[in-house]
Design a protein around this ligand. Structure first.
Ligand SMILES: NC(=O)c1ccc[n+]([C@@H]2O[C@H](COP(=O)([O-])OP(=O)(O)OC[C@H]3O[C@@H](n4cnc5c(N)ncnc54)[C@H](OP(=O)(O)O)[C@@H]3O)[C@@H](O)[C@H]2O)c1
Length: 264
């Protein structure tokens, strides 16, 4: 299926690994022109070179910490210089902030909010005028299932995620008349570096000794009985950013192998 986004200009934040890397790869396979971001320059440049080699597409890189407004402004400036504008924004950069209520620290929760809630919102603020002017835009926010179904262990991420769901829906309403579509994906457990970084907490939470056991328990929580692969998340994001998704806005798609059991 031709997704109709050849030549479209996309920013993928956090494109240096995991879900963001796969999203950038699929955009490039579709003929889109891409800017990826991340904080670690070496990792980012390696990802850019790897993507270019694998796809033969046009891919650029800009170091940007999403907690810093000035970095977000620089990221968008780079997109203007290298790509001539922005048609697609995938707000994906982020961390998980896990732990039960008693362990939550205000400063760490603020960092999570700065990274995902404010980081996503500021990036949208910076690209929206371009999308509005050209009457075409796609924004996808990578959120997370705990925003829909509270989980005590995911308290910090969940509060951030619920706010992001509200932001997504609200902006989809506001930007609709400009043909700027705003959607979200809600990953369940996906096998990325993020999962590995959080292994110790998971082992403790699940009461098991090894990462393998923790993975098994996490996987059993969904209907398919396995964790997601980054490319499975990217499939949906790239579709939502495509011409084929021209009548979809304000949705938050669960990409969790059936983890959430609610009807909506
Ligand atoms: N994996 C899961 O199970 C899961 C579940 C629910 C939601 N998610 C969400 O999915 C998104 C992608 O995560 P992933 O699993 O693909 O993890 P990942 O492999 O660790 O990738 C995260 C990406 O974000 C970048 N990043 C992290 N913090 C950043 C910051 N403050 N500013 C700029 N870039 C930053 C990282 O690069 P640097 O470290 O170099 O900055 C990296 O490129 C995240 O928003 C995460 O919350 C993941």
């Amino acid at each position: 299926m031709d997704l109709g986004i050849k030549g479209r200009r996309a920013i993928v934040t956090g494109g240096s690994s995991g879900i963001g890397f796969e999203t950038a790869r699929q955009f490039l396979e579709e003929g889109a022109r891409v800017l990826i971001t991340g904080r670690n320059q070496q990792k980012l440049e390696k990802a850019r070179d790897d993507l270019a080699k694998r796809t033969g597409g046009e891919v650029h890189a800009a170091v940007a910490d999403m907690t810093k407004e000035s970095d977000i402004a620089k990221m968008v400036e780079t997109a203007k210089q290298k790509l001539g504008g922005v048609d697609i924004l995938v707000n994906n950069a982020g961390q998980m902030y896990s732990g039960r209520f008693a362990s939550i620290k205000d400063d760490e929760l603020k960092t999570q909010l700065e990274t995902k809630l404010f980081g996503f919102m500021r990036a949208i603020r910076a690209v929206y005028p371009m999308m509005k002017a050209q009457k075409w835009g796609r924004i996808v926010n990578t959120i997370g299932g705990a925003g829909k179904e509270p989980d005590p262990y995911m308290f910090g991420s969940a509060m951030t995620n619920s706010a992001l769901l509200n932001l997504t829906k609200s902006l989809s309403e506001e930007f609709g008349e400009d043909n700027v579509l705003v959607n979200a994906i809600c990953p369940g457990w996906v096998a990325t570096d993020l999962w590995v970084r959080n292994t110790e907490g998971m082992k403790k939470e699940f009461g098991v000794a090894s990462e393998a056991e923790a993975r098994k328990i996490a996987a059993k929580k969904n209907s398919l009985g396995r964790m997601g692969k980054p490319e499975e998340l990217a499939n949906a994001t790239v579709f939502l950013c495509s011409e084929r998704a021209s009548y979809i806005t304000g949705v938050a798609v669960n990409l969790d192998g059936g983890r959430l059991k609610g009807l909506w």
